[in-house]
Design a protein around this ligand. Sequence first.
Ligand code: AMP
Length: 221
Amino acid sequence: MNIVLIGAPGSGKGTQAKKLVSKKKLKHLSTGDLFRQNLQEGTPLGQKAKSYIEQGLLVPDAVTNDMVKLFLQSVSESQGIIFDGFPRNLSQAKAFEQILSEANRQLDKLIYFKIEDKQVVERLIGRRLASKSGRVYHMKNYPPKRAGVCDESGEPLVTRSDDKEELIRFRLKLFYENTKPLLEYYEQKGCLESLSAEHSPEEIFGQILQIIRKMKKIDGS
Ligand code: AMP
């Protein structure tokens, strides 16, 4: 099973991907997380991506596509994958087809997380991360027990450098510009499903499981 989650920054794709990984034993590829990990470790890939991420721009397609290709080589063919944040534009979507076919895979569904901009800004401005535990908090909606500290690992919480209001609005603008043609492309292929990302994480997860069940029925599996 190969599923793409697509949605504006802060629409909750990462949260749902983690839930799917634990419930369905799928692998999770978040291109954003992978770039940030490379950035932290100071790898050549991280160096290449740094200035783009800091400006809220997309990392060039060739760099991103190669990173995805490499990731697929590390995962066995029988293992299902949740792609989170990739593909992000039409050119990546076309390259993705080739990348998947080289890895003997095919895309089953693309799930679009719909959300209002106002919600996105509110969610991202309050977002705080614990990089070691991978936990995500929100200052108002989901605060840690002790201010500024992760409940699980005790590490200090950090704000993503691109979670600043001006940059959030810029990332959103870019997201819609790139996503419209992408959604049209997948709609034509009959792979697109949409859901409202403004419900609770549990409700959204329920909707995703329903989409997966429907897919399996059609598949006969
Ligand atoms: P995210 O964590 O998905 O919000 O991604 C953070 C940043 O990583 C983005 O603003 C881009 O700079 C970069 N990035 C993540 N995924 C992609 C992608 N598919 N193509 C190009 N750049 C990406």
